[in-house]
Write a new protein. Structure first.
Length: 235
């Protein structure tokens, strides 16, 4: 049976659970990647290609290591020109601009200001960033309140909390528009973007729990006799 796109989108979204905000449900376990990929099989070939392009631009780590940042930015700008949904173009652009801010902060910490003609960032704020290079928030702290906190975390070397700050800021931007696109490809792409954030946060909590458990075991064993000792081989 051939399904209309609207039916595909509705079936796909109805097959997946509601995704709560990151701070509302700490015990929530997001759907697995296998579940997400199974649901996405309902997409048409054309929509599958669109989704793959969006994911590739937003999650560069999934791509071959030989692709450098400049090549990735070319792909990103190509997507921003060719993606038919104005809504998704805006969502992708906002995520890339957030990444550009962080790239600029890291370059500033390394005393590596971009040179004229260098391909280093994407979006509406690259010129402003360069004009206010030595301002902690690039002269945009009044527009993006999270920038000053990001600078503080980066300078303190707290990369885990910086990563979480960026994910929560990304979620806030996606949450702002979620009710405007109920059933359609935009809604599917929005769900996957939000799922990626929750999945990453969940994996961080899972990793932290493993580290805490190992630390507890180590502390318990240091200076203490094991409860179960090897049996003596003597007579």
């Amino acid at each position: 049976m051939i399904l209309e796109d609207s039916t595909r989108y509705a079936l796909l979204l109805c097959s997946l659970p509601y995704l709560p905000p990151p701070l509302r449900e700490e015990r929530f376990i997001p759907p697995s990647r296998i579940q997400i990929n199974k649901a996405l099989k309902l997409l048409s070939v054309e929509d599958t290609t669109r989704m793959q392009r969006i994911n590739a631009v937003l999650h560069w780590s999934h791509l071959p290591i030989e692709r450098d940042d400049a090549a990735m930015m070319v792909e990103a700008e190509k997507l921003l020109l060719e993606e038919p949904s104005a809504f998704l173009r805006e969502m992708v652009l906002e995520r890339l601009e957030l990444r550009t801010f962080i790239a600029a902060m890291r370059r500033r910490e390394l005393n590596c200001m971009p040179q004229a003609g260098e391909y280093w960032g994407i979006g509406r704020y690259t010129r402003r960033i360069l004009m206010h290079w030595h301002d902690p928030a690039f002269g945009l702290g009044h527009v993006f309140g999270w920038l000053n906190e990001a600078v503080r975390l980066l300078r303190n070397g707290n990369t885990l909390m910086l990563d979480r700050l960026l994910m929560h800021e990304s979620w806030r931007r996606l949450q702002r528009v979620e009710d405007c696109h109920n059933f359609g490809f935009d809604a599917v792409a929005l769900y996957v973007m939000r799922w990626n954030i929750l999945d990453r946060l969940y994996r961080q909590r899972e990793d932290a729990a493993v580290i805490r458990f190992k630390s507890m075991v180590t502390d318990a064993l240091n200076g203490q006799q094991l409860i179960f000792e090897p049996e003596s081989t003597g007579g």
